[in-house]
Design a protein around this ligand. Sequence first.
Ligand SMILES: C[S@@+](CC[C@H](N)C(=O)[O-])C[C@H]1O[C@@H](n2cnc3c(N)ncnc32)[C@H](O)[C@@H]1O
Length: 290
Amino acid sequence: MTTSTSTELMSAQSIVKWAGGKRQLLPKLLESCPPQFNRYFEPFVGGGALFFALARPGSHLSDTNGDLIRLYQTVRDHVDALIARLTQIQTTYRSLPPESQSEFFYEMRFRYNERVADAVEQSALFVALNRLAFNGLYRLNARGAFNTPFGRYKNPNISRIDPIRTAHEVLQDATLVEADYTAIADIVRASDFCYIDPPYMPVSETAKFTSYTAKGFGWDDQVALAEFIRMLQQRGVYVMASNADVPAVHELYEGLHIQVVPVHRAINRDATKRAGATEVIITTYPVVHA
Ligand SMILES: C[S@@+](CC[C@H](N)C(=O)[O-])C[C@H]1O[C@@H](n2cnc3c(N)ncnc32)[C@H](O)[C@@H]1O
């Protein structure tokens, strides 16, 4: 069955803050989706900004971050227990004097990293840490432990319930898999739509791929991904990808449809590390603007 995207827009939103989250690019991404497609795939789902905006039933979402996938599974399957636990955490947090709130955060972080809690508790800790951590950043050290420091927010809303309830509805019949993006090769077919949002190519001239490789996505991965996208295109899959607006990306995707889109980034004070003022949206099909 092929259905239109237009009636289902903006019904849900991300439930976690995620590095490289696509909230800002969302209007452009929505405009650039194919007008009609069969199933939706997002194999680098992260915060899933586009998935939640499309709210497409039967979506296939995957990511190599297993904790994130388990969170989405908990939201799908045990939402009441998750919300109850988040409400408890919020009550405890608010009852504490400010000087003890950071201690409470670090205690939760310690328990999260022990990874002995059940799925609901582990997911509640994930959300609470995401809402209390500095910049909402999910950062793991070399040993795989979450190590973002306390964010010292004035009035954090740990148990913000509405987006979680909406996400629960939207995720009901989603397939959620912890996997490398290449795993979708076995299941994606002609007329399916696949949005690919990998870790970006480094932007600044000083940025080295070595720093990226540490995160597991280096130059070779970018090359392999571009080949993978061309393979999907051959198969008749609609593919949309985002990446940094750098010459290497234009070269890798030569022959596909490339839009250069403006973005505003204010976060990084170090200009050499600030992402470019433009990014690219690459599609295997021509984008028809309304
Ligand atoms: C730029 S983020 C995606 C952001 C997302 N579009 C959003 O709106 O929040 C990239 C994601 O790719 C995941 N990732 C990194 N390498 C991967 C791989 N080889 N296969 C699948 N996912 C991967 C990361 O865990 C991260 O969640």
